[in-house]
Design a protein around this ligand. Structure first.
Ligand SMILES: Nc1ncnc2c1ncn2[C@@H]1O[C@H](COP(=O)(O)OP(=O)(O)OP(=O)(O)O)[C@@H](O)[C@H]1O
Length: 630
């Protein structure tokens, strides 16, 4: 009997991403949990004969047993089982993440308090600012006010503290959700510091680049491709930051950017989009783009941002069981222009105009978030370019995180209260949320529990991935030694254990391996990486790889050195799509996840997994007679 007919393959079961997205509908949690028990039962972690280590051994089983347990009587079967377990852990992780957001809500508001800068000549008079768990208490004279947040970062909090709380939301963008992360606050309170960071103290944006590529390298059933766009909204008009700006025009090619509705999704016509091939590549492009951002000196900040700066990462996922099947999500990382009180900043002329535009669009954003929080039938997206642009990434199943920045200086009290009021609206604290101590403690405990489960599933995924890779290496070695034997039996006999030859079914020909798809594909370490595939396709005329591969281009000296390359590169036409993973355009609104189709697929796959597990359960322990190879 051909092994393909006998062995359940990962193609039957391996695609968890579709159904993971529908975790909130139906009973997927209990389903996943019960499957987990079954898998553990079969896998028998405590039983050395069925442990993944044992999978690396050549197994001797009688033919009766082989018939009964075809799935794991061979390395291929063992691999299928490991991949099934990996897929399941992956589902569990995604379900835990969805549950986490169910508990937290799709809109989260954090607060970061800026520390006093060491070079401030006199110690500033501070507000009596207490942060009690998730609450801030402001006392100034007779005034005392309390504000709630999902999370508060004290002045002593590090960039890593912040990113560890942001990480789940970035993870959910990788799982297919649209995500917006905003830095909001008064001028000079540290928005750019939080988003961008400094040398040696990277903020959310560089850490996200790093995280994305790390996660992509760990995934075996989904391939990711990422592309980057950057724009600013300056005085209510859009500017592409990935093209060089010549004096007096927003775009040397004379193109204007238009916001367009493409079905349910929003596109920006003429916006440059560059496929990014590594975290360093992304950082390089980011730093180059920020140099053309509109900034000027104000009383509050020497390099005050006079616009909203938006980084858009389009994440295209290609499912390895079906290369035709792709989905694209958007991750927006937004450094908003600073909110201002003109009586305080004494702004005039152009600076005053810029400030007005910023304030108007911030109000529009607050209105949209507030309408979403209170589930209004009408969401006023059209009131500003900012909210029009983010229409498909705010609301519905998208995740939103607002990081409100405040100063603890008494002098900034007015601005601080404005920012806190904005956050109250966004968080909906006055909308009858149950904030009793008991309810909060309970909620926090559940959240922690879900989060720790999620981390445990992540660790499990990693463990299984390692085992899969180890087994693939062993299989590959066997395959090589058997092909050697076929070419020159005398030579290869010396290297090949007789037991190997007793089990010729592991000798899958190269042709078969291709036909049989990803399960039997080359081990991961031999396959070309995203980066190498991209490199091949990349037009080296338009992009100097040395600019970003293996080096962090963020340093000013380096930026200078590469100015020539940058300019050359930015002359490219927009929408550079050199994705090696999908022949389709990186952005395909048609293929965005449809909840109904997803649910249907979920049910189908659930049935398949049940059938497979029933089959696997009949298996008896396998006797082994040889130590692992690798
Ligand atoms: N948490 C922090 N730790 C250390 N330094 C900080 C922190 N937050 C802000 N700063 C410093 O404060 C200064 C102003 O910060 P930043 O430029 O990030 O403010 P901003 O809110 O982006 O201002 P604007 O709206 O005017 O652009 C910078 O020198 C920055 O390095």
């Amino acid at each position: 009997m051909g092994s393909e007919e006998v062995h359940p393959t990962v193609n039957d079961i391996k695609e968890p991403e579709h159904f993971a997205l529908e975790s909130r509908k139906g009973n997927s949690f209990s389903w996943a949990e019960s499957l987990n028990v079954v898998i553990e039962d079969i896998n028998g972690d405590d039983d050395p004969s069925t442990s993944p280590e044992a999978s690396c051994k050549v197994q001797t089983i009688d033919s009766k047993e082989e018939e009964d347990s075809p799935a794991i009587s061979s390395p291929e079967g063992e691999l299928a089982l490991l991949k099934a377990a990996h897929a399941l852990s992956s589902v569990n992780r995604r379900l835990a993440l969805s549950k986490f957001f169910d508990l937290k809500g799709n809109i989260n508001v954090f607060c970061r308090i800026r520390p006093h800068s060491p070079d401030e000549k006199e110690a500033p008079v501070g507000l009596i600012l207490k942060s009690l768990e998730d609450e801030i208490e402001i006392t100034s004279g007779k005034m005392k006010r309390n504000y709630r947040f999902d999370r508060i970062f004290e002045p002593s909090s590090s960039q890593d503290d912040v990113y560890s709380e942001v990480e789940p939301i970035v993870r959910s963008a990788l799982d297919g959700h649209n995500v917006c992360i905003f830095a909001y606050g008064q001028t000079g309170t540290g928005k750019t510091f939080t988003m961008e960071g400094s040398n040696g103290n990277p903020g959310i944006i560089p850490q996200t680049f790093q995280h994305m590529f790390y996660e992509a390298s760990r995934e075996s059933s989904v391939r990711y491709s990422f592309s980057l766009s950057m724009l600013e909204i300056y005085r209510n008009s859009l500017r592409d930051l990935l093209v060089p700006r010549s004096r007096g025009t927003t775009d040397p090619h004379g193109r204007s950017l238009y916001i367009q509705m493409a079905g349910p999704s929003i596109e920006v016509e003429n916006l440059t989009e560059i496929t990014i091939i590594s975290a360093n590549h992304a950082k390089f492009l980011y730093h180059r783009a920020t140099r053309v951002r509109s900034t000027s000196s104000t009383t509050a900040n020497e390099t005050s941002s006079r616009s909203h700066c938006l980084v858009r990462i389009s994440i295209t996922r290609t499912f390895s069981h079906d290369l035709e099947s792709t989905s694209t999500s958007k991750l927006w990382l937004i450094d908003l222009g600073g909110s201002e009180r003109f009586s305080k900043t004494k702004a005039h002329g152009r600076t005053l105009e810029e400030g007005k535009f910023i304030n108007v669009s911030l109000c529009a954003l607050a209105d949209v978030i507030s309408a979403l929080q209170t589930r209004q039938p009408h969401i006023p997206y059209r009131n500003s370019k900012l909210t029009q642009l983010l229409r498909d990434s705010l609301g519905m199943d998208s995740k939103t995180l607002v990081l409100v920045h405040i100063s603890s200086k008494e002098d900034d009290l007015g601005e601080t209260l404005c920012s806190l009021d904005f956050s109250s609206r966004a968080l909906g604290v006055h909308l009858g949320k149950d904030f009793s101590e008991e309810a909060t403690t309970k909620k926090v405990a559940i959240r922690e529990d879900v989060l720790s489960k999620m981390k445990a599933y992540e660790a499990e995924c990693q463990r299984l991935s390692d085992k899969i890779h180890a087994l693939e290496i062993v299989m590959k070695e066997k395959l090589q030694s058997v092909s050697l034997h076929e070419q020159d039996p005398d030579k290869s006999d010396k290297n090949t254990a007789p037991a190997d030859l007793e089990h010729p079914k592991i000798t899958i020909s190269a042709r078969e391996r291709i036909v049989r798809g990803p399960l039997f594909a080359l081990p991961r370490f031999m396959a070309s990486t995203v980066s190498s595939r991209c490199k091949k396709r990349l037009n080296l005329d338009s992009m100097d790889q040395r600019d970003f591969i293996g080096e962090d281009p963020s340093g000013p000296a380096k930026d200078q050195n590469h100015k020539g390359h940058s300019l050359k590169h930015t002359q490219k036409a927009p929408k550079v799509n050199i994705s090696p993973l999908s022949p389709e355009p990186a952005l395909d609104s048609e293929k965005r996840l449809n909840p109904h189709t997803e649910m249907h697929e979920f049910n189908l796959r659930q049935e398949k997994i049940n059938a497979l597990l029933l089959k696997l359960r009949k298996k008896k322990p396998i006797k082994t007679d040889k130590e692992p190879h690798g």
